[in-house]
Write a protein that binds this ligand. Sequence first.
Ligand code: NDP
Ligand code: ZN
Length: 351
Amino acid sequence: MKGFAMLKIGQIGWIEKERPTCGVMDAIVKPIAVSPCSSDVHTVWAGALGDRHNMILGHEAVGEVVEVGSLVKDFKVGDKVVVPAITPDWNSLEAQRGYSMHSGGMLAGWKFSNFKDGVFAEYFHVNDADGNLALIPEGVDPIEAVMLCDMVPTGFHGVELADVQFGDSVCVIGIGPVGLMAVAGAALRGASKLFAVGSRPKCVEIAKEFGATDIINYREGDIVEQIMEKTQGKGVDKVVIAGGNSDTFVQAVKIVKPGGRIGNVNYLGSGDFIQIPRVEWGNGMAHKTIVGGLMPGGRLRMEKLASLIQTNRISPKKLITHKFNGMEHIEEGLLLMKDKPKDLIKPVVIF
Ligand code: NDP
Ligand code: ZN
């Protein structure tokens, strides 16, 4: 079968591989639509996971089940499914401890385009099909459903990590597709003032639609100064980091109030350390919490998030700015995610 792969750090291309085989608890899925992700960009061009050779990329797909293992109970050939980017081993001790995304080791619930071939192929393998697949629900467009694989759950996880509560003032740093879903999630959770940090006009437009009350353009001045000015020097209750670089932590610590929380979902692709500013961290005594996490995957999570589309609580189709017809356009889609033109939020490639 054909697949679009990372050949080595900095190099991508089409390769031929054997179609994956199906274990007793697994499924083989044929993509209907996929989406390239900024994480694919970090993996290939920043070498963030280390070297990978001839590994098929991609971890965001909806598809049709073409084979199931003998122990799979709830899915059958022909089912149309959402496949989360993170596919844990649900029997693992880490999952039993509540951290399924780290089943088998730190970040090891993230299998596609990390430890095994991803979804940019004619077929891909899904472990633990009953635990990790979800049917595309009635009335949900399969193309919009691709946003459920990673963008919605990651943005929302940032909001969970920051523990946004009714009436909190919140700053979401980064309003690409992940940050935009964090804006939508923070609004759903009852944020009051909702600052969104970004610059690209299309992202700014959707951030406002999703509930941002103030846009902070980091290219036009220091984020810290802008937020402090707008909050009369007090800062915000919660910060979600969904973009920026290692220095963003310094800014986040400076703008969060004592007792506040910073939830990071940004994939830090380079550098060895993250800095915490000593004085603004209260010399270590400010009760400012920093948490970072990989999105939770799994079927229940997918079904619950899909129900938010069904009930019109969220509209992730607004993230999709570019649609391509045909698997051969994957490279174009991926290069868009790398180059981030002004009119891009997220591309989808329909097979
Ligand atoms: P994008 O690159 O599309 O968006 C990044 C955002 O950050 C943009 O709004 C950009 O602004 C803004 N930004 C860039 N530099 C700065 C800066 N110096 N200060 C403040 N803001 C800045 O990324 P995605 O939304 O696709 O993904 C966000 C991150 O989430 C990525 O690192 C991705 O790998 C990661 N991720 C993590 C997952 C997880 O499970 N934890 C899963 C999926 C993705 P501008 O408007 O100028 O472009
Ligand atoms: Zn992704």
